[in-house]
Design a protein around this ligand. Sequence first.
Ligand SMILES: CC(=O)SCCNC(=O)CCNC(=O)[C@H](O)C(C)(C)COP(=O)(O)OP(=O)(O)OC[C@H]1O[C@@H](n2cnc3c(N)ncnc32)[C@H](O)[C@@H]1OP(=O)(O)O
Ligand SMILES: N[C@@H](CCO)C(=O)O
Length: 396
Amino acid sequence: MNEATPPQTVPTAPKLPPDLPAEIGHQHVRFPEGLALDCGAVVAPLDVAYRTYGRLNATRSNAVLVCHALTGDQYLAERHPITGKPGWWEAIVGPGKPIDTDRFFVICANVLGGCMGSTGPRSPMTDSTGETRPWGTDFPSITIRDMVRAQCKLVEHFGIARLLAVVGGSMGGMQVLEWAATYPDMVHAAAPIATASYHSAQNIAFDEVGRAAIHADPDWRGGRYWEEPGLVPAKGLSVARMIAHITYLSEEALARKFGRRLRGASALTFLEDVFEVESYLRHQGSTFVRRFDANAYLTITRAMDYFDLAEEHGGDLAAAFRGTRTRFFVASFSSDWLFPTSESRALVRALNAAAANVSFVEIASDKGHDAFLLHEPEFHAALGGFLRGAAERIGV
Ligand SMILES: CC(=O)SCCNC(=O)CCNC(=O)[C@H](O)C(C)(C)COP(=O)(O)OP(=O)(O)OC[C@H]1O[C@@H](n2cnc3c(N)ncnc32)[C@H](O)[C@@H]1OP(=O)(O)O
Ligand SMILES: N[C@@H](CCO)C(=O)O
């Protein structure tokens, strides 16, 4: 990894919540004035935690902003400080890879509302009584556009007037679309992947089941679990992840990985894992609890649910992009039933109606929604080709 030297001095690191490992967020910037949100509230100060890879060129024209999904974070191309696992997009980001760090300066920021160093429900605030405590459930309601505004402050902090590209999958793709609609002059190329211009009723429904699981956990304590050191609503958050994780896979992927295989030959009670797939889901749930905050999960899933780009533009999705000079690359995966290809096609139709320059690919894959995180060479080649072409057009 080539770590870039930020073009401006990064202010002293703000105090992080005590339950975060010290190395998290060691690249971050504080904006004392805060951020005015769509809901009318102001969060101040605003901290944005980020990681960069590659070097910013002299003309500051080679920056690629990568936006992460619901439970992702800024550690896209390096060992994760909590899980110790490779970064979530190491297959795509690095020297000679589709997002080539020998050529591009890659920025990835933890979203507003997140729990990896950017301002969110776990961040400290001082309430009306003068007590300093985590925001918790008093954290204001946020939107995808608020997340993008926070990222824009970071990009401007780097002195970057125009991003070569904004790229992201799932909720990251929602941010890509919001970037292109809100800051069209700052986005040369945009790659929304495995995403849609709105969150569907079915997706809102799944999110609500996850939230209900967290609310039902007595350890959630109305969102004030932070009052007891070390307490987290582990059961509720784990069940929320189990439900969500099913939606990230496909029937084919589950059948291929586990089929109807049983855990063992011995007689088991109904309380134990009987099937391998049960054991797998419990594992996904319990490992998630170690790296994610329940109130952040509630906040971010709500932001996804609110997302409806057409509604922000008078009910006309094409109006969000009319007059745009941004070049678009839209990608979907054939077995993704969370953000199905039909929603990508609707997006492409709106971009065409707006006379935007757009290319579209549906990748044949049986891996479901999370295919965008996995080994999909055809997808990697298509994204790499799009970015190289976009870079060549502006001489990068
Ligand atoms: C854009 C973003 O920001 S995304 C960032 C969010 N990050 C994530 O979502 C990462 C977590 N998600 C995952 O790992 C998802 O499962 C995927 C789909 C992305 C990974 O898929 P794969 O690489 O195919 O891994 P798979 O789904 O098989 O899971 C492997 C894990 O399950 C465990 N596992 C597999 N079978 C079983 C079983 N029968 N019982 C218990 N555990 C099992 C493995 O031991 C492994 O555990 P580990 O991750 O703790 O090492
Ligand atoms: N599995 C990814 C993608 C979800 O859309 C995540 O947890 O963020």
